[in-house]
Design a protein around this ligand. Sequence first.
Ligand code: AMP
Length: 307
Amino acid sequence: MSLLVIGSVAFDAIETPFGKTEKIIGGAATYISLSSSYFTKNTNLVAVVGEDFPQNKIDLLKSRGINTDGLQIKKGEKSFFWSGRYHNDMNSRDTLITELNVLENFDPILPESYQECEFLMLGNLTPATQKTVIDRLKERPRLVVMDTMNFWMEIAMDDLRETLKVVDVLTINDEEARQLSEEYSLVRAARKIMAMGPSFLIIKKGEHGALLFHQNEVFFAPALPLEEVFDPTGAGDTFAGGFIGYLASTEDVSFENMKRAIIYGSVMASFCVEKFGTERLESLTNEEIQARAKEFMKLSQVELEMI
Ligand code: AMP
């Protein structure tokens, strides 16, 4: 089994009510692959950065066992840069700056050794680039998971609709689900979005957990109430990395197993928000992950007597 991850690898500048960062590393694929690396040692990254991207951060990814053969470094160009400011509730944010830079003309070249991927995670990128990756794989992976955001709904809706037709799972947040479906009720929104292509839909609700939809079924995973939330940036990507990493490691893409996978996704996201940027994800231990998974189990387990 192997996992292919594509998405942005970037610089971010973040403002939260607790502080502000200079340019730090971020990007959807950075968070996804760091997170999935705790579940599978077979994560293959496809992304692009500029010459300004620090080598020690690429080494960090490698030290987590992530294959960076598919990471292009463009001489004389600048990495993707994103800046955001969180509101006081930390559940919503404004994008202040999006500089596509190297992403503007990104041609996702897949090393031959990546061809056998069974699990594909299409992290946040232009929907057209996401689709190119599927087209360039000689065999369709067993499971294709896609993440996207409002930015692409606003500037690339037609491409987004085309890509949606060929994926199995879509992960988006509640606001984006409403925007994409033009429905307020998330149940109706889910039905409409699944009719666009993906047979599974995950709606992320930040500190209020995540919903997994499939046909007429729905499953809810809570988020852990945390004492310290410093920076929610990357929580959605970290969630996706834990989700697909767990599925890849168990090689089971059933709805039942996806329920477990969204709990592991939530476990990983709960670590991500505890520090700025990727810091908390850089050196977790299996013991920490298992201990938190147990906290999740305790959080909503209850025996009910029928009245
Ligand atoms: P999340 O908080 O999970 O939505 O992801 C935040 C990450 O997404 C940041 O590290 C950004 O670098 C990255 N990001 C923000 N906007 C975009 C975009 N338009 N395309 C690709 N990546 C983006």
